[in-house]
Design a protein around this ligand. Structure first.
Ligand code: SF4
Length: 537
């Protein structure tokens, strides 16, 4: 019998336990039925663990401008590039894929290079769940099962299959149980909801603020103004406030998808303010949490765009420069070094260094349900080098840990919240035009066939009629930043005037712009306005 190697799935923060066996020919998954939280179930992403280990696109040698090179040459080149630049012209970025200890090493590496340009490169909106409102209890799995008043914000079922099963069980365990869903797309979970609220794109956090304001009038929320801005009737928000009233065991669970959230910081904080006022535990689901750097990503983007950065290191991440929406800026950097576990789809300028995947490393981390340990499922792919080996080529590097969570106090955020709501209510006056809102959708697809195309666009039946298209026809979608072609799928899960595309595929993300999140100063990738028109196939 071959040995089962066990670990915590690294693909998101649900902390699922899984196993892999090497049968002498290939890796195959083992489903650990007796271990929580997933008890043998994995989503398609987690199910890809064994595929990642010997994926045909795994990178096992350094690439220079898309061509194979040696480690010695790569290190010599980096040393030469380093000599040609000043410390302030260097930027060091880290993203998911680097464990907590590795992020500490990257911080130490930036200190050794004497650069202040140390930046978190994980730009997904779920990173805003790092902000914790003091006094809010983090939900446990038992809280999920015991909930009789559950509020789901965003696509929680897709983001947490583990919680989804328990939420559905809790919903049917008691006739008095109530479930509310707030999302600008009517995903599967809305089908289980007693109350479904479909606000205008990107306005979920305003609805949350209004419901919190209905529970506690001291918050002084402009409920009617918010109703007008979000398109959600006051009466519907009052019903939800009644469902969530303190005293009923419940849960506030929140997900955040790229291209769907307009202000990630306030999305996270408003859900937590509501949790606090409703006296419910809170959980924010997502793929990763990565601590912030010394500089916000918005500032790096600006510095790169202005030509002030000449040498860029990008550590972690599944793909080099995972954000094609940043290519126009990144292409201005003269010397580029990135780590990757996969070969890039297209040759990228600069050096790409192969590193072990997260499934081949040891470490500790945080799942939404608490601390977890990672054990290697296999030895690192030959030819790869660990991040520690790479950074220590350039001298002594000390690990400098950073704080993952940032606590904020209710009294500090209340005044800012009023300002934010006012800003949003005023912004609504300037909305006009025949454009569509484009929303992002991130389904838990497997990563085995990396970069599976997401060629469909969801259109509401009335919009399909206006555009004179039917299912299977093709349309062009044009935003301020890109233009792409999609095949039409006609569904009423998107509201009239909105359309949705998958954002797992990097090219689709180029349609969305990278902007600064006013709440945190980090960046955001919000819903975007687009033109859509019919084209021939
Ligand atoms: S839900 Fe998350 S942790 Fe669980 S198997 Fe899927 S990707 Fe892995």
């Amino acid at each position: 019998m071959n040995e089962i190697r066990r670990t915590t799935c690294v693909m998101c923060r649900n902390g699922c336990q899984l196993g892999v066996v090497f049968d002498g020919y290939q890796y195959r998954m083992e489903y650990l039925i007796d271990v929580a939280p997933n008890n043998g179930r994995t989503c398609p992403r987690g199910n890809s663990a064994s595929i990642v280990l010997d994926h045909p696109k795994r990178l096992s040698y350094p690439l220079l401008n898309g061509k194979e090179t040696t480690w010695d040459h790569a290190f010599d080149l980096i040393k030469k590039w380093h000599q040609d630049v000043k410390p302030e012209e260097i930027a060091v970025v880290y993203s998911r894929g680097a464990g907590a200890a590795e992020v500490g090493l990257v911080r130490g590496f930036a200190a050794a290079l004497r650069t202040e340009n140390l930046v978190c490169g994980y730009l997904e909106p779920d990173n805003a769940f790092r902000f914790r409102l003091s006094g809010v209890k983090s939900a446990t799995l038992d809280d999920v099962s015991a909930s009789r008043a559950t509020l789901l914000v965003g696509d929680v079922f897709n983001t947490s299959p583990v919680a989804a099963k328990r939420i559905i069980e809790a919903r049917y365990a008691d006739k008095q149980s109530r479930m509310v869903v707030i999302d600008s797309i009517k995903t599967r979970e809305a089908g289980f909801a007693h109350i479904f609220i479909q606000p205008k794109p990107g306005t979920e956090f305003l609805v949350l603020a209004a419901i919190a304001g209905l529970i506690d009038a001291k918050l002084k929320m402009d409920i009617d103004g918010i109703a007008n801005r979000t398109g959600v009737p006051r009466q519907q928000m009052e019903e939800v406030a009644k469902v969530l009233k303190p005293g009923v065991p419940g849960l506030i669970a929140c997900a955040a998808t790229t291209g769907r959230i307009s202000e990630p910081y306030w999305h996270s904080i408003c859900a937590q303010i509501l949790a606090f006022k409703a006296e419910k535990p809170f959980v924010g689901f997502g793929e990763a949490l990565v601590p912030d750097g010394k500089m916000g990503f918005g500032k790096l983007k600006e510095a790169v765009g202005a030509g002030r950065i000449k040498l860029l290191f990008w550590f972690g991440g599944l793909h080099p420069y995972s954000y094609p929406e940043l290519f126009p800026e990144i292409n201005k950097v003269e010397f580029r070094v990135a780590t990757s576990i996969f070969k890039p789809e297209n040759p990228l300028p600069g050096l790409i260094l192969p590193v072990p995947s997260e499934f081949e490393k040891t470490g500790k981390g945080e799942s939404v349900w608490g601390e977890v340990k990672f054990e290697p499922l296999a030895d690192p792919v030959s030819g790869t080098r660990s991040l520690a080996e790479i950074v220590r080529q350039f001298g002594t590097v000390q690990e400098i840990p950073g704080d993952l969570f940032q606590t904020v106090k209710l009294e500090e955020v209340t005044a800012q919240l009023t300002e934010t709501v006012n800003r949003q209510l005023n912004a609504s006056k300037s909305e006009s035009g025949n454009l569509f809102w484009l929303l992002g959708r991130k389904e838990a697809i497997g990563v085995g066939g990396f970069f599976e195309p997401e060629e469909e666009i969801l259109l509401h039946p009335d919009d399909a009629q206006k555009l004179a298209v039917t299912e299977g026809d093709f349309v062009k979608v044009k935003s301020k930043t890109a233009e792409r072609q999609f095949r039409v799928k006609v569904v009423s899960i998107v509201a009239e005037g909105t359309a949705s595309v998958g954002v797992n595929v990097h090219q689709n993300r180029t349609l969305f712009s990278v902007e600064v999140d006013p709440g945190s100063g980090e960046v955001k990738i919000p819903p975007t306005k687009v033109e859509i028109w019919r084209v021939s196939a």
